[in-house]
Design a binder for this molecule. Structure first.
Ligand code: MD3
Ligand code: FE
Length: 223
């Protein structure tokens, strides 16, 4: 049995349950736990991402305006986030028609540790940032019930994360997210505008071939 399949949060166990730990920093109210995932757990989650992508490959989605995003995406769970000319939505299948693979147990273990809710996520969006990729300021509001939290896991190259308020005009604060950082979006901050301005290509050796991976777990109900 390889290190990756030794599994089930073994690597997580070594740093214990941090539910009671205060966040390292807040960016416009968004709590971030810097380096919460130790390197072995980062590698374990990355390995799970590669297994997801082997079933549901990364695609570069097309926005409703017809422009391809610079970020590549896939998902795990009952529903995955997709966009094309017909709009943004959650779908039960990858664009190829294959069902999304289940959310891996080590990823669920992170949700249990930090989300603060006992219901499990139904969707895990996986974003891959290659050289020059970024994500414009936006709100996440396709999930139906926006009172559930979102949990974000950063892996690989460093990224400049920007968070504003609940209107597009509010002033923003920025923070570099590093591999192993975890952010939780809940309450007031759940509807904050946010984005990724840029990625420092080659700043981490975690992802072979380079780049940054971000996982966001969400509770989405079938509409
Ligand atoms: C703040 N992803 O997938 S994660 C996204 O790093 C997304 O790939 C970024 O924005 C990334 O939608 C940022 C942090 C994050 C995720 C969801 C949020 C911040 C959020 C929802 C509400 C407010
Ligand atoms: Fe977002």
């Amino acid at each position: 049995m390889g290190a990756a399949s030794a599994g089930k949060g073994e690597d997580l166990a070594e740093f214990g349950d941090r539910r009671t730990r205060e966040p390292t920093v807040r960016v416009n109210g968004v709590p971030v736990w810097k380096g919460l995932l130790p390197p072995a757990a980062q590698a374990e989650v990355l390995c799970e991402v590669m297994k997801i992508a082997a079933v549901a490959p990364f695609v570069r989605p097309i926005t409703p305006s017809g422009r391809p995003m610079s970020v590549e995406m896939t998902s795990a769970g009952e529903l995955g986030w997709v966009t094309d000319r017909s709009g943004y939505r959650y779908e039960p299948r990858h664009p190829t028609g294959v069902g999304w693979p289940p959310i891996p147990e080590p990823v669920l273990a992170i949700w249990r540790m930090v989300s603060g809710v006992s219901r499990l996520p139904t969707s895990c969006l996986v974003n891959r940032y290659g050289e020059g990729a970024k994500m414009g300021l936006h709100q996440d509001r396709d999930e139906g019930d926006l009172s559930w939290p979102v949990v974000s896991i950063s892996l690989g190259d460093e990224a400049l994360f920007r968070v504003g308020g609940t209107t597009r005009r509010g002033r923003t604060e920025s923070l570099w997210l590093h591999s192993g950082d975890i952010a939780v979006l809940s309450g007031e901050t759940r509807l904050a505008y946010h984005g990724i301005d840029r990625v420092r290509s080659g700043s981490s050796g975690l992802v072979s071939g380079g780049g940054r991976i971000n996982l966001t777990m969400r509770i989405v109900d079938r509409s």
